[in-house]
Design a protein around this ligand. Structure first.
Ligand code: UDB
Ligand code: ZN
Length: 192
């Protein structure tokens, strides 16, 4: 049993930082159906994201407001991640196992403000090209197969998290000569 159970609260000290080998490996698939332990760990990860976006809790526990968290970011060698995005319109919560991009748009997008990462304690300037739209196959918390179509910001967050499960960091995608140079011969537009 890992420590990431129902009554455990993930804080920044649990977040594996850049340099740790687990962030550079392709993590193992989770056997379906997931065990109670797998599910509890994943729900604990989602709760961290919710807590981190709650101003009172975040302030008290010094949490960075997180929108996505992959299992290897808390040291678990498992293909699973949580995403939590709140906007005026809606609240999006995902807890997924073994995600795979099955198709994607040719067109790309990027956040004009660049990306950061809960595992990276420094600013890394530059554009991170991402697919504008993706179709993802995964398994939900109950082990049921799901197909999810995403675009825009949510698609960017998913690609950032799925990269983690493959040992890829956001800055691997930034142009080495000029961090603000976009890929050539590519249909790419800023997200906003
Ligand atoms: C984040 N948070 O969680 F628009 F309430 C980033 C960090 C690195 C700055 C903490 C973030 O973008 N928060 C945010 C944005 C909003 C509104 C709001 C909170 N991640 C997730 C991560 O590191 N996962 O591994 C980085 C994002 C950069 C682009 C996609 C994920
Ligand atoms: Zn990250």
């Amino acid at each position: 049993m890992s420590k990431f159970t129902k009554d455990y609260m993930i804080t920044m000290k649990d977040i594996v930082k850049e340099g740790a080998p687990i962030l550079r490996k392709v993590v193992d698939e989770v056997q379906m159906p997931p065990t109670e332990e797998d599910k509890e760990e994943l729900m604990c990860m989602l709760q961290f994201l919710k807590n981190s976006q709650n101003p009172e809790i975040a302030k008290k526990h010094h949490l960075r407001a997180g929108v996505g968290l992959s299992a290897n970011q808390i040291g678990l060698n498992k293909q699973m991640f949580a995403v939590y995005i709140q906007s005026e319109q809606e609240e999006l919560a995902y807890t997924l196992f073994n995600p795979k991009i099955v198709s994607h748009s040719v067109s790309m997008t990027y956040l004009p403000s660049g990306e950061g990462c809960l595992s990276v304690e420094r600013e890394v300037p530059g554009y991170v090209p991402r697919y504008e739209r993706i179709k993802v196959k995964a398994f939900d918390i109950n082990g049921e197969e799901v197909v999810i179509r995403l675009k825009g910001y949510t698609a960017i967050v998913f690609q950032h998290e799925m990269d983690h499960l493959n040992g890829i960091m956001f800055y691997d995608h930034i142009n080495k000569e000029n961090p603000f140079k976009l890929p050539e011969n590519t249909d790419i537009q800023s997200l906003y």
